[in-house]
Design a protein around this ligand. Structure first.
Ligand SMILES: O=C(O)CCC(=O)C(=O)O
Ligand SMILES: [Fe+2]
Length: 380
């Protein structure tokens, strides 16, 4: 059953493969072309229909909203023509149901059906993880949700300062949501720098970053993946994206009431009515998220969970080695960093192997090659 659901859910990405490469947003590209072509030949009704199909996936897309405005103002197309084809509406509903089913299979169903030996073995592994040094200090119940935890012991002070220095020295300005996305800034009152695996690999190749630092980066993030997979009793969790991110207060006035990172979910776009839509630009394949914090010598910067009305449910104070992990659909944000610099290693996981983060495998290959040629220097 699980395989069938996975296959159906992954259908769009499987069919998006051209020459073995995934073409992002293939469906949206097709709707865009259809909207354009129908409008060009004067069939505005069909043009409007495909504009609506596009906007169903990506309601805030600026280009398509401009096209819609053009059709309404210049071609007198009435608003009621902007109805997506019924089959598209049903397709979106099916995707939501399949996503819920997958989630159910991986959590309740699996945990109810594997309480036997396998689960016991996993619990023992959790206990002994990293030499028994991990300590869970908040569970889902403490944090006001269903799939959340906070645990300490994932990095030593030395490892934390190495990663912070790395992000500080070679990170790039802005926050990157995923591979190929333009960097963004959330608050004018903070500088934000981030560093992905891909960039780190290039820096090692150019001799600007010591290779053991990249190994450490990979290893610490891999530990968060293994632990999260076991904790949530999941079949297999894959990385989707990894980055180091530091936020530095520029404006040290304590009266700030903005957020360092506004309330959001990591796999859907929160709407005004509090619901969350799986729009095409919202990384819908992300299933779980994690933040491994690297320091606590700053003011503010608490991570917090909220309910669907953006009311705070619980908060987490970052410190070196502390991991907070949660269902990627949970609403959360970061309070203003009022002074100092706050750094974290952020990880996003998927249950879909098609999305497995390629740059991690590439970085590992490169490190193995260096190792085989005895080119690794021990100093960091
Ligand atoms: O840094 C944090 O504590 C959370 C950041 C976050 O939610 C994100 O990057 O999506
Ligand atoms: Fe997030």
């Amino acid at each position: 059953m699980e395989e069938v659901i996975k296959c159906k859910y992954g259908c769009t990405s499987t069919l998006s493969r051209l020459d073995l490469k995934i073409v992002d947003n293939i469906l949206l590209n097709i709707y865009h072309h259809l909207q354009y072509s129908y409008s060009q030949v004067g069939d505005y009704k069909s043009g409007a229909e495909y504009a609506a199909a596009f906007l169903l996936h990506d309601p805030l897309n600026a280009n398509m909203l401009t096209n819609k405005k053009y059709l309404m103002q210049e071609k007198n197309v009435p608003e009621k023509w902007f109805q997506p084809p019924q089959r598209e509406v049903e397709h979106m509903q099916r995707l939501d149901t399949l996503a819920e089913l997958m989630q159910y299979l991986h959590t309740e169903y699996v945990s109810q059906h594997s309480l036997g030996k396998k689960r016991q073995k996993q619990l023992a592994e959790l206990e002994g993880f990293l030499g028994g040094n991990i300590k869970v200090n908040a569970t889902a119940a403490d944090l006001g949700g269903t799939e959340r935890f906070v645990a300490d012991g994932f990095a030593t002070p030395e490892q934390c300062s190495h990663l912070i220095n790395m992000c500080q020295k070679v990170g790039v300005a802005g926050y990157t949501r995923g591979v190929g996305d333009p960097p963004v800034h959330f608050s004018e009152r903070e500088a934000i720098f981030s560093l992905g695996i891909n960039q780190s690999q290039h820096l090692v190749e150019e001799g600007k970053l010591a290779s053991p630092l990249l190994s450490m980066y990979l290893e610490l993030s891999e530990n968060t993946r293994r632990y999260t997979q076991m904790y949530f009793n999941l079949h297999e969790l894959y990385f989707d994206f990894t980055h180091l991110v530091c936020r530095t207060a520029l404006d040290e006035r304590s009266s700030r009431d903005d957020l360092s990172h506004p309330v959001h979910a990591d796999n859907c776009a929160i709407q005004k009515d509090g619901t969350c839509h799986k729009t095409s630009s919202s990384y819908t394949h992300r299933a779980y998220s994690g933040l491994l914090y690297l320091n606590d010598n700053f003011e503010g910067g608490e991570f917090f969970f909220t309910d669907n009305h953006k009311h705070e449910q619980s908060s987490v104070k970052p410190k070196c080695g502390r991991l907070v992990a949660f269902n990627a659909g949970d609403y959360h944000g970061v309070k203003a960093v009022r002074s100092g610099r706050r750094c974290a290693l952020a990880v996003w996981f998927t249950l879909d192997p098609h999305h497995s983060e390629q740059s991690r495998a590439d970085a590992r290959d490169m490190l193995d090659k260096l190792h085989n040629h005895n080119l690794v220097h021990d100093e960091l």
